[in-house]
Design a protein around this ligand. Structure first.
Ligand SMILES: Cc1cc2nc3c(=O)[nH]c(=O)nc-3n(C[C@H](O)[C@H](O)[C@H](O)COP(=O)(O)OP(=O)(O)OC[C@H]3O[C@@H](n4cnc5c(N)ncnc54)[C@H](O)[C@@H]3O)c2cc1C
Length: 468
């Protein structure tokens, strides 16, 4: 059987793009199907890129991260409008769309505009949205269709007052007040950004804590900072109803409280985009959250069909999706693929930002793994003083048995970049002694690794000394 393509990728987000490019580098005939207005996926158009650009615009225009130096009244612009914010996001999104299009073109990957659905195990039909369909066949298929915000049926979203994370980038004014429902990563990133803009934010979370996969002290530090920006937290509370009114909305909590707000942002999980794929035609099915199950090589139960990215669930990050795409393509075309068991970093672009790699104190304690803690505070680093970050902290968790790093947790300026030093040391099996002996540029925030390593080794030495 001769197929139209050796690989067909459905969805052009990070997972789909990297699968397509990896296969093209192996000289395969590859096509990617995507809606014409969504090249680059959720990542480029509605998720990672617009949200991170918005954050950068907010930090710059509010002058928030310069206020330790220039005083609390410091601002680059007094009245920040939505136009100020969208100018930067639109610019970056267009540039990124262009980068994706050019990378695919350079690698001779065909882009087919439209939405694909299976009509057989090796064939899909593509609806171009203008009433035309075409059938395409492929030897291997990668599903990389991502997710969309989950919308509880009980909530009347109007994309103006009651919105989800897709609606944030279309707001026509900066709200004076906002209720954020759900204290997950996306909820906390947007809560931080709007709080920085001066919006009175209330976060409602049905669990008793937030970001429970992060270091507890770091999460406490984030809460402290956000409270300082007038954020109110309502943990252990559930939103029972939201009423839209001409000038805002009222969120009623199950406990009887009512919270008025200009905008209510629902950030309550995401749903796999598989309902339009007609999966049974390929012999597949999704779970109730629209996710597809895969093996360690990202292969579904139908051997020639792979799935990567958010559609397979945790960790649902752009970086992990890219790597999954690359590995799936390599596996599909017989390239050697080693199971990737090196620790992967997590980045949370709250204000201040959080990043970590490896395990938390809580996880290690629960598993009865002994560890020593080494801490470095930015306020004791010359670079911390220069950039005006007195709150940042880097924490190393070190095994007293083999002196290897068990976890690295960073809070503050540059956390999502700094974490990679620790990740590299961990990935190469290095010990805390490497960091003690390393010479870092001065003055840098990276120097915090050496300070924290010295702290950990001094504590370990004290134990050795006392125990003779
Ligand atoms: C607000 C927000 C902020 C985020 N911030 C970060 C961050 O800071 N760092 C990070 O690592 N991750 C972040 N993420 C997560 C990140 O965006 C995702 O992990 C990543 O985009 C997933 O990539 P993917 O390959 O699964 O495809 P996606 O980017 O989800 O794209 C899937 C694409 O498939 C297309 N598609 C769906 N069905 C079909 C079909 N039938 N036919 C053709 N095409 C189809 C869709 O149109 C879409 O373009 C964020 C997400 C959101 C929502």
């Amino acid at each position: 059987m001769v197929y139209d393509y050796e690989l067909l990728v459905i969805g052009s987000g990070p997972g789909g793009q990297k699968a397509a490019i990896a296969a093209a580098k192996l000289d395969r005939r590859v096509a990617v199907v995507e809606r014409p207005d969504m090249l680059g996926g959720v990542c480029v158009n509605t998720g990672t890129i617009p949200s991170k650009t918005l954050r950068e615009a907010i930090l710059y225009l509010t002058g928030l991260d310069q206020r330790e130096i220039y005083g609390q009244a410091y601002r680059v612009k007094d009245e920040i409008t939505v136009a100020d914010l969208t100018a930067r996001t639109t610019h970056v999104v267009h540039r990124e769309n262009d980068v994706v299009r050019s990378q695919l073109a350079r690698n001779r990957v065909t882009i087919i505009g439209g939405l694909a659905y299976f009509v057989g195990p090796h064939s899909v039909e593509i609806d171009d949205g203008a009433g035309r369909t075409r059938k395409v066949t492929a030897d291997k298929i990668v599903i990389a269709t991502g997710t969309r915000p989950a919308r509880p049926a009980s909530v009347a979203f109007d994309d103006k007052t009651i919105i989800d994370s897709d609606g944030i980038i279309n707001l026509d004014k900066v709200p004076r007040s906002m209720v954020v429902v759900g204290a997950g990563v996306i909820g906390m990133e947007y809560a931080s950004m709007f709080a920085a803009l001066g919006t009175k934010v209330t976060v409602v979370e049905r669990r008793d804590r937030m970001l429970e996969f992060c270091d507890e002290e770091v999460v406490e530090a984030l809460k402290y900072h956000l409270r300082d920006l007038a954020v109110t937290f309502r943990f252990g509370e559930t939103v029972a109803a939201v009423e839209a009114h001409p000038d805002g909305a009222i969120a009623s909590l199950r406990s009887g409280k009512k919270i008025p707000a200009d905008t209510v942002l629902y950030s309550a999980g995401r749903q796999g985009q598989t309902d339009g794929l007609n999966l049974p035609a390929a012999g597949l099915a999704a779970d109730e959250r629209g996710r597809i199950t895969v093996d360690e090589f990202f292969r579904t139960k139908v051997e020639h069909v792979y799935a990567v990215g958010d559609v397979i669930g945790f960790p649902a990050l752009a970086a992990t999706s890219m790597e999954q795409g690359r590995l799936a393509a390599h596996h599909a075309f017989g390239e050697p693929v080693s199971a990737n068991d090196v620790p992967q970093p997590i980045g949370i672009y709250s204000i201040p930002e959080i990043s970590f790699v490896g395990r938390t104190e809580g996880e290690l304690t629960e598993a009865c793994v002994p560890f020593e803690v080494g801490v470095s505070r930015y306020r004791e680093l010359a670079r911390g003083q220069i950039v005006g970050d007195s709150y940042g902290v880097l924490k190393l968790l070190v095994s007293p048995e083999d002196r290897k790093l068990l976890g690295v947790h960073v809070f503050g300026t540059g956390a999502t970049e700094l974490v990679h030093i620790g990740q590299a040391v961990m990935g190469c099996g290095g010990t805390v002694d490497y960091l003690v002996n390393a010479v870092f540029n001065y003055p840098t925030l990276a120097e915090s690794y050496k300070v924290a390593a010295l702290d950990a080794t001094n504590k370990m030495r004290a134990i050795t000394r006392l125990s003779g």
